[in-house]
Design a protein around this ligand. Structure first.
Ligand SMILES: *[C@@H]1O[C@H](CO)[C@@H](O)[C@H](O)[C@H]1NC(C)=O
Ligand SMILES: *[C@@H]1O[C@H](CO)[C@@H](O)[C@H](O)[C@H]1NC(C)=O
Length: 391
């Protein structure tokens, strides 16, 4: 564990070292472009002008957002830029109170085709509560937006960012390579629907290191096409846990491979560590997944593979999942469960899980004896495994 930790700290160090700017870096302060930190003035155009100047600068540029509260409507920070950019945010960025302003825009804060970017600090509040109430009430609501999206971006470091009250996902990473999140804070209430903390898909070399995520859906979700993902030292809860999936959302989809989740604490969450796939034919796969050094406290499903995933039991595909799950290791996972089945492996009848390994597990059920359950799962165990493994 020590070895891994030092490897990772080194990695963080090297990575952020990329962004050590020379004294020549130019600063573009959003106030100089007309932004007002009074919480009421629409500063969207001012932010875009500051970005556009920084993005066309031939030397390294800093976009600076000082203290204050800045009202921002849907905004796209487009690249590629001429040099590397640091977005240094001391203040708070808020969405308009009327959720319809964002609700159908497709995004709130979007970074598109940006390379060599460092975002430092910043609190983003999407003020999603009226949107969640709308969805709960069953009225017709706009589709909603994710708060901060990185789409087709390379070499990005995000440090010390806080995201509050997103309408849907807080942070989404799609088609990116080499991106690190460091010290991320995320907060939305446990009853807010689909407010995943950080969602990753179609991306490689994503590191999520240190963070505190409290939300209404998965703290971290790792979707199709994710490769070489490292998650370390995340505190999660409330929330639905740390998940690979949902997979088999479509019949033709990219697989997930080489995922490590280590050193995480989950408190009062619906799941601990999980792989979920819809019961639908698919050419997808999940392989070489490692969950280790995990502590669960009063978690409903501490360890779960669910290939019949269908959360609201509506329009379930009712087929046999085509996703092939191979080489998944759960090791050094300890703590308490809020339900009796603490290790639950429900795999596909047509594609049984293979190479599932459990090692050094100690999980107890608060109201009685704990159990493990296996269906269509083949694997092995080592070390001390409590309760007894069904693999
Ligand atoms: C797995 O991903 C990690 C980063 O999370 C990377 O350092 C390692 O080289 C990858 N391993 C393989 C076999 O690709
Ligand atoms: C799927 O299965 C469930 C439970 O067995 C059943 O209630 C539901 O009607 C089925 N749905 C479809 C679309 O066949």
């Amino acid at each position: 564990m020590l070895k891994l930790l030092s490897f990772n700290l080194l990695f963080v160090f090297c990575f952020t070292g990329l962004f050590t700017l020379s004294d020549a870096a130019l600063t573009y302060n959003v106030l100089s472009y007309g932004a007002r930190g009074d919480g009421n003035t629409d500063s969207t155009q001012a932010f875009l002008r500051a970005w556009s100047s920084a993005c066309s600068s031939r030397s390294s540029a800093i976009v600076y957002v000082p203290w204050g509260t800045f009202l921002i409507k849907p905004i796209a920070f487009n690249g590629p830029c001429k040099s590397q950019i640091v977005f240094r945010i001391a203040g708070k960025i808020v969405a308009p109170w009327d959720y319809r302003t964002l609700g159908s825009a497709g995004y709130w804060i979007l970074f598109y085709k940006v390379n060599n970017l460092h975002i430092s600090g910043g609190t983003f509040d999407a003020r999603g509560s009226a949107f969640w109430y709308c969805r709960q009430s069953g009225e017709s609501c706009p589709p909603g937006v994710m708060s901060i999206s990185f789409t087709v971006c390379n070499n990005v470091a995000v440090s010390g960012l806080t995201s509050l009250n997103s309408q849907l996902f807080h942070i989404a990473v799609d088609q990116c390579n080499n991106i690190i999140f460091h010290n991320t804070k995320i907060n939305a209430p446990s009853w807010s629907l689909n407010t995943d903390g950080i969602h990753v898909q179609s991306s490689t070399f994503v590191t999520i290191f240190r963070g505190n995520i409290q939300t209404g859906d998965d703290c971290i979700s790792i979707g199709p096409g994710s490769k070489h993902i490292w998650v370390e030292r995340i505190a999660c809860g409330p929330g639905h846990g740390i998940s690979v999936g949902s997979l088999a959302e479509s019949t033709n989809e990219d697989g997930v491979q080489n995922i490590t989740v280590t050193g995480c604490i989950l408190t009062g969450t619906e799941n601990g560590v999980r792989i979920k796939t819809w019961a639908r034919s698919s050419n997808g796969f999940a392989r070489n997944i490692n969950f280790r050094n995990i502590i669960v406290k009063n978690v409903y499903n501490p360890i779960i593979i669910d290939q019949n995933y269908c959360p609201s039991n509506k329009n379930c595909p009712n087929q046999s999942s085509g996703v092939k799950i191979r080489e998944v290791k759960f090791s050094n996972i300890r703590g308490t469960s809020a339900s009796q089945v603490v290790m639950n492996f429900v795999c596909s009848p047509s594609n049984p899980c293979q190479g599932i390994h459990v090692q050094d597990i100690r999980l107890s059920y608060v109201n009685g004896y704990a159990k493990s359950y296996c269906k269509n799962a083949v694997g092995s165990h080592s070390g001390v495994v409590v309760p007894y493994s069904c693999l």
